[in-house]
Write a protein that binds this ligand. Structure first.
Ligand code: HEC
Length: 154
């Protein structure tokens, strides 16, 4: 895979470019648009996760979930840019004030999600079901941890 030949510098550069793009997109949009976009991003992640859970329970081939795990990696990278000032309320948001009062903690969990979802993507591609289930749980734990502190009950 040529992708694996790309150095750490490339990926750091790509990640930085992505966050900058995300920040520009966030600030060019109205607060309601940003909130709608972030809710849609989370909703998609929820659907990906639900499909994975159903697949695990039915013993499906887990290789098909590599793409969905990649979506979670991409979204996790974007999360820190999706909570600009002015989007604390409105638009049906469930984000708690802690997102803004404890941004380092929030961003850290977004980074952890990216790490765990990256491992999930790798393990899915191997088709190893037991390893996938274990990593699926590790990834889900980060979702739960962030929601406990930073998201109101849906
Ligand atoms: C870094 C913190 C964080 C992580 C990690 C995180 N979430 Fe969330 N999630 C939030 C916040 C904050 C909201 C509320 C966003 C809003 O309403 O503006 C949310 C909202 C949601 C929603 C509701 C979207 C809607 O319809 O409004 C779903 C579903 C969801 N998350 C699923 C997940 C799943 C699945 C994962 C793990 C794969 C995950 N989240 C990981 C913070 C997080």
């Amino acid at each position: 895979m040529p992708v694996q030949g790309l150095g750490r510098g490339f990926w750091l550069g790509a990640a930085t470019a992505l966050s900058v793009l995300g920040a520009i997109a966030a600030y060019a949009a109205t607060p309601d648009e940003v909130i709608a976009e972030r809710r849609a991003g989370y909703k998609h992640m929820g659907e990906v996760f639900k499909a994975m859970k159903a697949g695990v329970e039915s013993g499906a081939d887990v290789a098909q979930f590599a793409t969905g795990a990649g979506d979670i990696v991409a979204w996790a990278t974007k999360i820190p840019t999706m909570f600009p000032p002015g989007t604390e309320t409105g638009g049906g948001t469930h984000a708690l004030p802690a997102v803004w009062s404890d941004r380092p903690g929030f961003d850290k969990l977004a980074g952890q999600l990216r790490t765990e979802a990256g491992k999930l993507q790798t393990v899915a591609a191997t088709g190893d079901k037991a390893a996938f289930v274990a990593q699926f749980k590790a990834t889900g734990a980060v979702c739960g941890e962030c929601h406990r502190t930073y998201r109101a009950k849906l």
